[in-house]
Ligand binder design. Structure first.
Ligand code: DGY
Length: 328
């Protein structure tokens, strides 16, 4: 009898992904409602053929060494793969799978939801009613907010998610401008579709009413939004981050919000996740805080599970070309 390969699933993902893998392999799964700690990961990873991991799992050389020579693929249940040591994996010939662009539209939905919540004070208004502060019925100046239509949306990053946000903004009659690191001339043609205009970062920051961070985290974008850039924003403008927390220098944002350099912010991602109780953002009124739920819809998370499982099957069966792999 041939031994079935063993797959370690480090966190309960939607059941469809687990069942796909169970039908073919021995599956070890972390059934706890939290990520594995380092000690547990080290214990579980020994001798396995594939890892299906999540963003919180630091998959470095040590983990790959402990897994041993059978490890052929690390498939992350995410689009981002900054938690995996790509260089060590490449040296060892271990493939890295991810979930590609499947979350684009769902994440753009959330970004747009946050624009609406900030501008029209939706979260604040809900709290106001629940806290029995609504005493006098309809009121001429209650919860006055900022329009969305006819306002300027500034997108930092104009990849798939940025464009998906732009598509939604067009429906709201917003003016769209964008900044991206590598602007290519060919973009001019493509962006006619979104009626979006390229701007230098400083210009974008100084004229936008809503700024959405939709670029990926890299050496150039790390702490891109710091005090100097925050001070460039209009005092009436809002900042939304649905990308990675480390793009904003968080303590600078706290200072800028306290000192009213901008009107408010909505953050789905943070420098440290979950945010510690001591993080001043928790006590601030002009921010909306979400627990990293950009891709969190039933259908997208279920597709992510399917893709993460399929990446493992394709690599273990020698069909690398069919897998969604991080380029070497
Ligand atoms: C990702 O996949 O990288 C998101 O941040 C979480 O879904």
């Amino acid at each position: 009898m041939i031994d079935r390969p063993t797959v370690l699933i480090t966190r309960k993902i939607p059941i469809n992904g687990i069942e796909i893998l169970r039908s073919k392999y021995n599956v070890i799964i972390n059934n706890k409602d939290r990520p594995l700690n380092r000690k547990e990961l080290i214990k579980d990873v020994k001798g396995i053929d594939a890892i299906l991991c999540v963003l919180q799992d630091k998959i470095d050389k040590e983990i790959m060494d402990i897994a041993g020579p059978n490890l052929k693929i690390i498939s992350t249940f995410s689009t981002g793969y900054e938690h995996i040591d790509i260089e060590s994996a490449n040296i060892k010939g271990i493939r890295i799978g991810h979930t590609g662009n499947i979350l684009t539209e769902t994440t753009a939905d959330l970004a747009f939801g946050l624009i609406l919540c900030l501008g029209r004070r939706i979260v604040e208004a809900d709290r106001f009613v629940r806290e029995s502060k609504w005493k006098n019925g309809w009121c001429p100046d209650l919860m006055l907010g900022t329009d969305i239509h006819n306002k300027i949306l500034g997108l930092i990053g104009f990849g798939k998610i940025g464009k998906a946000v732009a598509k939604r903004a067009m429906g709201f009659g917003m003016e769209i401008i964008y900044y991206k690191r590598n602007k290519q001339i060919t973009d001019l043609d493509k962006n006619i579709k979104y009626k979006a205009k390229y701007c230098k970062l400083k210009e974008l920051l100084s004229i936008s009413d809503y700024i959405v961070i939709a670029c990926s985290l890299n050496d150039d974008s790390y702490h891109l939004i710091d005090m100097e850039n925050l001070k460039t924003m209009k005092k009436t403008a809002f900042l939304i981050n649905i990308s990675r927390g480390k793009i904003i220098k968080e303590m600078d944002l706290v200072f800028a919000l306290r000192n009213k350099h901008l009107a408010g912010a909505a953050l789905d991602v943070f420098e440290q996740e979950p945010i510690p109780k001591s993080n001043p953002l928790i006590r601030m009124k002009n921010v909306i805080l979400l627990p990293h739920i950009g891709s969190s819809s039933y259908s997208t998370r279920s597709r992510m599970a399917e893709i993460a499982a399929a990446n493992i099957i394709n690599v273990l069966e020698g069909n690398d070309k069919k897998a969604l792999l991080v380029q070497k």
